[in-house]
Design a protein around this ligand. Structure first.
Ligand code: PEP
Length: 249
């Protein structure tokens, strides 16, 4: 059985007081689904959030990390630093990191290796731009992103990886891939895994959808057989909305 996962990416939102308030709202929510729940606060809020949620089933994860173990990388944070405060999962390759911070597939392959060497699980994000979909090249684009960053790995590494398909045109735009478009791409991603790594890697991989998931559309998207959960941006900033999505399974 594949894990269902709903992860909230707070992006660069919530100062200390706002994050404390959101965490206490999250703690008041009732979970009726069996999905794994994760939240990704900013670096400055990670420490108090891990402390605050120690006895909660919500996993606190990071939005990014550097590929180097330590050194002269001003402004960056390493895997070991994250692990030292109890953060064992990190988002890698979010489209905003790719677009605004020039993260390339090659750089992401290095981050992937560092995460695995540091025994960190990661959510690997990828997805096509609107122009790719208009040119009907979305499958080639997505296959290349996955292959360049991940296909140097051994099959055994994939148990520490979660994939998140996030069409760039649907992130923060209010525009969502239709449930059928999401299913079609998730099925293609699973087939891409199967062709190289075989059935067990493909069948066990949790593939999340991200891109304007809201309480109103989550149930239909999550009902698709190859969609195993969601990476949620805007709707993760309100506890009630986030849990309406968590409970959409
Ligand atoms: C995201 O940031 O990964 C995301 C999917 O954002 P939103 O839900 O706001 O589109």
């Amino acid at each position: 059985m594949r894990k269902h996962i709903v992860a909230g990416n707070w992006k660069m939102n919530n100062d200390l007081a706002q994050s404390v308030a959101l965490i206490s709202d999250l703690k008041r929510q009732n979970q009726t689904s069996t999905a794994e729940v994760m939240i990704a606060p900013t670096f400055t809020n990670l420490w108090h959030t891990t402390e605050n949620l120690k006895s909660s089933p919500i996993e606190v994860i990071a939005q990014n990390m550097h590929f180097a173990k330590n050194g002269a990388y001003t402004g960056e944070v390493s895997a070991e630093m994250l692990k030292s405060i109890g953060v064992n999962t990190v988002i890698l390759g979010h489209s905003e990191r790719r677009a605004y911070f020039n993260e390339t597939d090659e750089m992401l392959a290095k981050k992937v290796d560092t995460a695995l060497e540091s025994e960190m699980r990661f959510i690997f994000c990828f997805g096509e731009e609107l122009s790719d979909r208009q040119a009907n090249t979305q499958e080639t684009v997505v296959a290349n992103q996955i292959k360049k960053a991940l296909f140097h790995l051994k099959a055994s590494a994939f148990k520490n990886i979660v994939l998140a398909y996030e069409p760039v045109w649907a992130i923060g735009t209010g525009e969502t891939a239709s449930p059928d478009q999401a299913q079609e791409m998730h099925q293609f991603i699973r087939k891409t895994l199967r062709d190289t790594y075989g059935d067990s890697v493909a069948n066990d991989m949790s593939i999340l959808y991200g891109g304007s998931v809201k309480p109103a559309n989550a149930k239909e998207i999550f009902s698709k057989p190859d969609v195993d959960g969601g990476l949620i941006g805007g709707a993760a900033l309100k506890a009630e909305d986030f849990y309406a999505i968590v409970n959409a399974f």
